[in-house]
Design a protein. Structure first.
Length: 369
């Protein structure tokens, strides 16, 4: 068990800055997901934690010990590159024993650990089998077993589910999360898939262009994105953005959007120009008029449990999640209302979230205690 502290970590490749002045605390026992688009520096960050790459400046401590320039073997962290990395010509038991024999553990300790891991992963009945004959799910469990049998202080995983098909990936997400609940080993998991991040993480760290933009629990990331990038990166269909018709000032509780006045959580910040953000599930279709934002239905898509309506307003295009029993029709003229507490405002210039009564009430924290 270990907490990992990263301070002002900076990594250049020639002139290119891959990781920029990153600071982050990964609390003991938490499942932390590094999430961001391709090239944003996730793997580079993970490799520095593993000791496979050294930073130009900054530090990494593991349980208070400075490990910044220690080699991987000296850190007691297990890197799981891909969960399929098994030796196919060897049996299940041999695959599990291999890392332990490498460490020179005594036979009784090896037997004890294999027994424990096999029981955790429910693969006792497979210990005598060959890898080659295993079904995908069993294979994946054995691969997980190979990582956990070493009982490292932390797991580092770089897109371990990346090569799996969607259905199997979801299954493995559930397995991984259950395993984590049992073992409570600090885990750093890299992905560019937000669904994976949401399903797995206690804490999500959103990165872009080498920078950490937000570190928060999944609910915090979803409801109070720190900036426009995070707001648009997380959530499908994405958050709606509307231009606010004038500047915003502290104390304001409504803002003008395309002639209508939209109630917002009491604003603490100031911005010359602001962008209003509201997720599709917090947009309601109402009768046109009565001061609601006027819009026209452009397109509807059926999802069984709900509809997604695409709407055109003078303030921009929006999407709304509509109840399955209310089928909106193309061309309908409607009014739009927003769930006030769920509205967020951003400074159009800095792109940062503007503090408001809602954001004040939210303490960046962690799920699962
Ligand atoms: N050894 C290297 N030499 C030069 N540039 C590198 C090296 N490793 C990474 N980079 C660059 O640093 C940036 C960040 O790379 P990194 O692999 O950390 O991104 P990533 O977030 O893991 O992306 P992906 O989702 O595609 O795996 C990229 O632009 C990459 O080209
Ligand atoms: Mg990568």
């Amino acid at each position: 068990m270990a907490d990992i502290r990263i301070q002002n970590l900076h990594k250049r490749f020639a002139d290119f800055v891959a990781v920029r002045d990153s600071s982050l605390t990964l609390e003991d026992g938490k499942f932390v997901v590094l999430l961001g688009p391709s090239g944003c520096g996730k793997t580079t960050t993970l490799r520095m934690i593993a000791g496979l790459e050294f930073p130009n400046s900054g530090s990494i401590t593991l349980d208070g010990q400075d490990v910044t320039y220690l080699r991987p073997r000296e850190r007691d962290i297990a890197m799981v590159f891909q969960l399929f990395a098994l030796y196919p010509h060897m049996g299940v038991r041999d695959n599990l024993e291999f890392p332990l024999r490498n460490e020179g553990l005594p036979r009784p300790e090896i037997d004890r650990r294999i027994k424990e891991v096999a029981s955790i992963l429910r693969i006792e009945h497979l210990l005598g089998s060959r890898i080659g004959g295993l079904a995908g799910g069993d294979r994946q469990r054995v691969a997980l077993g190979r990582a956990i049998v070493r009982q490292p202080k932390a797991f580092l995983m770089d897109e371990p589910l990346g090569t799996l098909d969607a259905e199997f990936r979801e299954l493995m997400c559930v397995e991984l999360r259950k395993l984590h609940e049992r073992l409570k080993t600090t885990t750093v998991f890299v992905t560019h898939d937000q669904n994976e991040a949401m399903a797995l993480a206690d804490q999500i760290v959103v990165m872009n262009q080498g920078e950490i933009l937000q570190a928060d629990d999944p609910e915090g990331i979803y409801n109070f994105p720190s900036c426009l990038f995070v707001a648009s990166f997380i959530g499908r269909p994405p958050m709606n953005f509307l231009k606010v018709g004038s500047g915003v000032l502290p104390g304001m509780t409504d803002v003008p959007v395309d002639g209508a006045h939209v109630n917002v959580p009491e604003i603490d910040g100031v911005a010359e120009q602001a962008v209003l953000g509201v997720r599709p599930e917090h947009v309601q279709l109402v009768a046109n008029g009565n001061g609601a934002l006027a819009a026209q239905v452009k397109h509807v898509e059926y999802f069984g449990s709900h509809w997604i309506a695409e709407l055109e307003s003078a303030a921009g295009t929006l999407k709304a999640v509509v109840d399955k029993d209310l089928r909106p029709a193309d061309g309908d003229r409607v009014g739009l209302q927003f769930n006030t507490e769920r509205i967020v405002l951003f400074d159009a210039k800095t792109q940062a979230l503007l503090p408001s009564a809602s954001t004040r009430a939210h303490q960046p924290g962690m799920r699962h205690g």
